[in-house]
Design a protein around this ligand. Structure first.
Ligand SMILES: [Zn+2]
Length: 76
């Protein structure tokens, strides 16, 4: 099984974790609420996990320009 991270804003692939490191217990997904898990985590047909998060670039952009939150829909 593998875990793939992708940015929710620019769709950039941030990285993947494979094998033993791809242990959901270690990654703290248990501490997310069911709602957050449903929003961020998706299983594909191979059983891989796809996690939607934010990349460094977009995080920096949003930190520099808090107004961008209002335009989030345009960044999808
Ligand atoms: Zn991004």
């Amino acid at each position: 099984m593998a875990i793939h991270y992708q940015c929710r804003h620019c769709q950039q692939r941030i990285g993947s974790i494979h094998g033993q490191d791809a242990d959901t217990d270690k990654l703290g997904f248990d501490s997310l609420t069911d709602e957050e898990q449903a929003e961020m985590i998706e299983y594909d047909s191979r059983g891989d996990l796809h996690v939607t998060t934010i990349c460094e670039n977009c995080e920096q952009t949003l930190a520099d320009h808090p107004d961008y939150h209002e335009y989030e829909s345009f960044l999808h």
